[in-house]
Design a binder for this molecule. Structure first.
Ligand SMILES: Cc1cc2nc3c(=O)[nH]c(=O)nc-3n(C[C@H](O)[C@H](O)[C@H](O)COP(=O)(O)O)c2cc1C
Length: 436
């Protein structure tokens, strides 16, 4: 299977195949007439754990796209691996599959082998039915991924699909260029080429964005850690001040007042942490949808190139509008996600600014308090209370500077996104085959 090759199939709601392309026919070894009308499990390999298909169908029936590694069986008993993207479309599903080459492929083989073992044992040893064994396999897959640091299958999939697609596009960047093409084929190819560029640029922006997002999350975690320690020190300073309340009541008052901005900055840092987590999830979803749209767009280009090369009949261009619809749904979802991401960017920037102001306020109070301790000659207990606060403050200051810097970078990384512009491109591609 060539790096640039893509399998294509569509099914009805139950997974009965309606359409397939020449790559599917060639690699699977089934003639198209045998595939069309057959359930998709015709190509299922016995090594595949049923749990994978439970994960897939759970998402599909909830109306969401899914990505998964799959080992399939050829007609003559051989096998081939694919990375499949599947999306709900109209009254069925569309799937585009490619040769896997991303960094998570090896891990997946081990995870699937373990889940298959668990399922087989449950059926053979405990007499469990296939449906329950698949549920067990699904739990096993999620547990294995969790042990390797993924919160869920979804988290794994959101990373695996964009990686597979970008690894593939690096190997096939000009695979569909046909400079001699004319008419509808040329239109499909120029439209898909233009869309590809826009989507590529978006993916590049998101990668930079994810990097700053991760740094922001870890820096705010550090500042929060320091803030927690400062809070403890301030509580100690308050207690120490109370010991000298008779001789220097003003110390108690200032200690009480300075605890307030500290409490509030802990609260705003906690909000910042939560917001960074949400942003990270949103960006991962966005990257997934962009990659998916670019895959469906590539599939449309592949059909046009195949027709031009006379490797497929002109009728195969009827799949192009369908793929445009699939890419169009991704763009609709992207549009909502971009809005959410851009809104929370402002929230993050505001929270960083708020935390900075609160910490500054705290620093002013601690300065006053320290002067009062000296003036009242309040004794060694208070001196001991001040020292850790001083140390923490100077460290917090450096981290806060970094946080401010990252917050600024993050805010300026706003993703410019014009869904109407992308849909116009899609409309052009969609209508081109009609002229054939
Ligand atoms: C669009 C689409 C594409 C699919 N592609 C494959 C595939 O390539 N290989 C496969 O084993 N199952 C595929 N499936 C899942 C099958 O429908 C089926 O659930 C799976 O083979 C497990 O078979 P079972 O449900 O009989 O256990 C696909 C489903 C859909 C909706």
């Amino acid at each position: 299977m060539g790096a640039e090759e893509l399998f294509f199939s569509t099914t009805d709601r139950r997974g009965v195949i309606r359409q397939g392309n020449s790559v599917f026919v060639r690699i699977s070894g089934y003639p198209l007439e045998e595939l069309v009308g057959a359930p998709h499990n015709t190509v299922r390999h016995p090594d595949m754990p049923g749990g994978v298909f439970r994960l897939i169908w759970d998402r599909l029936t909830a109306g969401r796209s899914v990505g998964a590694y799959m080992k399939n069986r050829t007609r003559d008993g051989g096998s081939y691996w694919v990375f499949a993207a599947i999306s709900p479309l109209h009254d069925g599903y569309v799937s585009v599959r490619m040769a896997p080459c991303g960094p998570r492929f090896e891990l997946v083989k081990r995870v699937y082998a373990q889940a298959s073992r668990v399922e087989r044992e449950a059926v053979l040893r405990d007499g469990m039915n296939r449906h329950d064994a698949a549920l067990l396999g699904m739990a096993e897959i999620e547990a294995s991924l969790w042990k390797r640091g993924y919160a869920s299958y979804e988290e794994f999939m959101l990373q695996a699909l964009p990686e597979e697609i970008s690894a593939r596009s690096q190997r096939t960047s000009t695979a569909y260029a046909r400079p001699d093409a004319r008419g509808s084929i040329a239109e499909v190819l120029s439209g898909t080429g233009a869309l590809d560029e826009v989507l590529d640029e978006l993916v590049g922006r998101l990668a930079a964005y994810q990097k700053v997002g991760n740094e922001l999350a870890s820096t705010s975690a550090k500042v929060l850690d320091i803030a927690h320690r400062l809070n403890t020190s301030v509580a100690a300073a308050q207690r120490a001040s109370e010991l000298v309340a008779d001789s220097a009541p003003v110390l108690v008052n200032v200690a009480r007042v300075m605890a307030k901005p500290m409490d509030r900055s802990v609260a705003s840092l906690e909000r910042l942490q939560a917001e960074c987590g949400r942003l990270r999830d949103d960006v991962a979803h966005l990257r997934f949808q962009i990659s998916l749209a670019s895959l469906y767009n590539d599939m449309a280009a592949a059909f046009a190139a195949e027709v031009f090369d006379r490797a497929a009949p002109p009728e195969s261009l009827t799949a192009v509008p369908l793929l445009c619809d699939a890419a169009g749904s991704c763009i609709e979802e992207m549009s909502e996600q971009v809005q959410r991401v851009n809104t929370s960017l402002h929230d993050v920037a505001n929270l960083v600014a708020e935390t900075g102001t609160l910490l500054e306020e705290f620093r002013r109070f601690i300065g006053q308090w320290r002067n009062l301790v000296l003036r009242h000659n309040a004794g060694p207990a208070l001196g001991d209370a001040v020292r850790p606060i001083d140390e923490e403050i100077s460290v917090s200051w450096e981290w806060m500077e970094l946080l401010r810097h990252l917050g600024g970078q993050y805010e300026s990384a706003i993703v410019p996104f014009d869904p109407a512009f992308l849909q116009t491109h899609l409309d052009k591609i969609r209508t081109a085959p009609a002229a054939l």
